[in-house]
Design a protein around this ligand. Structure first.
Ligand code: GP9
Ligand code: MN
Length: 408
């Protein structure tokens, strides 16, 4: 155990040396508010402010962005654990494993999650997802993460009529969730996970708000329609929050969990984007929307779009700082995206990385903004630097090191 404690201290030293202090302008901006966090199934950033046959794919979000802090350059960092990996990253600001789903492999660990921190700060914590509670081992892992209540499929009224594909459709899901949220003690942190925009992207005819795309790839063709439906569900939800008086005292945060269109569908994507998909484009398709909406502060057109290059790993510190909760002592690998000293450097297991200037993939060094390939030398200072960071993060998980954390 002594050796393990030393390992934790090593990691703490590394993490603290890289600590990024919050921005005074934003720190505590949403202090004491209810946190409503929404995981958007398979939602990629390319649909934002884009059209299909002249129609917006995400008209509600496009409008909502103008009333929010919006980050268009956030990359998902999930692996085989998909949605659950995204949940893991967002809660812990640790990297998921390069194989398997940490929700299955390390569900018994001690974690210093965002949920636990908020609970310590007096929040009631809950998760809402209309799927079987044991999917992704959530019923076990959620206890370690520290949600006080998990509203799974048994908390929802699910009928053949209000379901499609994987289960309860997003509109009734949000509708019923708002009613459940009403009963939560204040302040609360609630996480909601959408489902309708899930592969293979099936919808009932009456929920089709936009025509399918017409390539010879039905997955890509349908993807636009389920994204459009999810967008409509979000519009209803915000409306419902307003009606139920749950809106004003909240901070609403949305993130895409991972890509929905894999590399196997690049032919159709190339058709849609009207360009050849190079390794550079393929990498950039891993961007997911990250949106922070603070009623009374970012609304009425007072939103800001931040071009900051970051990852899902940065979501935890960014949210906590907005809530006025310190993370200085935390063992976390992400940084507050709003901090003036934020370093733009996002890493991936296969050695790819992206910085404000460069994007490294397929042994090619691209200029991030233009996609022009430059001399490999320019990327050299960063190449291979990621392995040490993953090693520190993995050690925490494999050694269950946070059980030694005095902070708890
Ligand atoms: C299932 C939902 C989808 O509960 O989270 O999971 P995914 O296949 O995207 O990981
Ligand atoms: Mn998912």
């Amino acid at each position: 155990a002594f050796a393990d404690e030393t390992k934790l201290m090593d990691t703490q030293q590394y993490v603290q040396a890289n600590y990024t202090p919050p921005n005074k302008e934003y720190y505590g901006l949403a202090k004491g508010r209810n946190l409503i966090l929404i995981s958007l199934e398979s939602t990629q950033n390319f649909v934002i402010n884009s059209t299909l046959n002249g129609k917006e794919i995400s008209p509600f979000l496009n409008h909502f962005l103008k009333d929010s802090f919006y980050f268009p350059n956030i990359y998902h960092q999930t692996g085989q654990g998909k949605t659950s990996d995204a949940e893991f990253i967002v809660e812990n600001s640790l990297y998921p494993l390069n194989r398997g789903a940490v929700f299955f492999t390390h569900s018994g660990n001690t974690y210093a999650s965002m949920a636990k921190k908020l609970q310590t700060a007096g929040y009631y914590t809950a998760a809402m997802h209309a799927n079987n509670k044991s999917f992704w081992n959530r019923n076990i892992m959620y206890k370690s993460i520290g949600y006080q209540k998990f509203f799974s499929s048994t908390s929802y009224e699910i009928t053949p009529n209000n379901s499609v594909g994987w289960g309860l459709k997003d509109i009734p899901f949000f509708e019923q969730s708002a009613n459940l949220i009403r009963s939560l003690p204040n302040p609360y942190y609630v996480k909601l996970i959408t489902l309708t925009n899930h592969h293979p992207f099936r919808l009932n005819e009456e929920d089709n708000l936009i025509d399918e795309y017409d390539s010879d790839d039905p997955i890509v063709n349908r993807y636009f329609t389920t994204v459009r439906y999810e967008d409509e569900a979000l519009k209803h939800f915000i409306q419902k929050l307003k009606e139920e008086n749950l809106y004003k005292r909240s901070i609403i945060v949305l993130y895409g969990d991972h890509h929905g269109i894999s590399e196997n569908h690049h032919a159709a994507m190339s058709h849609y984007l009207r360009k050849e998909i190079t390794p550079y484009d393929s990498f950039n398709l891993h961007r997911v929307p990250f949106i922070i909406h603070i009623p009374g502060i970012t609304d009425q057109g007072k939103g800001i779009t931040f071009s900051t290059v970051g990852g899902q790993i940065d979501i935890r510190p960014t949210i906590l700082h907005l809530l006025g909760i310190e993370t200085k002592e935390d063992v976390q690998f992400g940084h507050d995206l709003l901090s003036p000293s934020f370093k733009q450097y996002v890493i991936f297991r296969d050695g790819r990385f992206v910085t404000d200037q460069y994007l490294w993939t397929a042994n090619t060094c691209y200029l991030r903004e233009s996609g022009i390939a430059v001399d490999v030398e320019q990327c050299k200072p960063y190449i291979g630097k990621e392995s040490k960071i993953f090693m520190y993060s993995d050690k925490i998980i494999y050694g269950d090191l946070l059980r030694f954390n005095k902070e708890r």
